[in-house]
Design a protein around this ligand. Sequence first.
Ligand code: 9MG
Length: 288
Amino acid sequence: MKLICGKRTLDLSRPVVMGILNTTPDSFSDGGSYYAGGALDLDLALRRAEQMLREGAEIIDVGGESTRPGASPVSEQQELDRVLPVVEAISANLDAIVSVDTSTPAVISESAAAGAGMINDVRALERPGALAAAAGTDLPVCLMHMQGQPGSMQRAPHYDDVVAEVGAYLLARMRACEDAGIARERIIFDPGFGFGKNDDHHLALMRNLARFSKLGNGAPADIPLLVGVSRKSMIGRLLDREVHERLPGSLALAMLAAQRGAKILRVHDVAATVDVLKLQQLVDAPAK
Ligand code: 9MG
């Protein structure tokens, strides 16, 4: 399974790591890490991207809007100012696929022009203009499921059958993409851990994750699955752990996700996750 990401090709015959680079002052785990004197420090961000690539990341996911509950809203201009310089700097200086974590049409179009190789949208291109903007780029698009909106999504999430409903939503968004001119071969699915789900929902989704890797049945190749569980609150609640104590839980879930067919793991701790995935492949997909 291969994805064409602008000038680069991503081989998904085995699971790969997407390293998280938040250019926000307020993301839940690494917010503000690349700020010096109140301003975004491009050099710090570039060095962090370089480190994640050295550790084995194949994709760097650059985001300029925090989606944690209670985060401040960000204007289009603020998001452009945070994201574009980082996308340009990584694309110009490092051998990496840059993914842009955005729902904003202008950020989608301008990031693609600046060298991005993938769009990662937690709102599955539902914002007005986002489908057309993504269609105009030729880049792969990750469609994530979220129930509700970031500010309130964790208050009382409800599903009759979370696995069926998330699956139906992703297929409906895939069809909306196809109608807008985004071919199925460009689509990645993500069930959206932490986005409008309680822990029973999270456990049901992880238990049944393999069903999502088969959702694209009938497509020339199955639709790749992206999973983001790194350091999330579900690990905090299930294991009673603070954010800085969630590495073992994050690695365990990364392993479980890879065993159930996830092809892209979105993580903060790149080196440790790369080790886990290498072992998972040695056991589950030994070279012939
Ligand atoms: C931006 N972002 C935060 N969490 C995420 C997740 O689980 N998946 C994707 N695709 N993006 C995420």
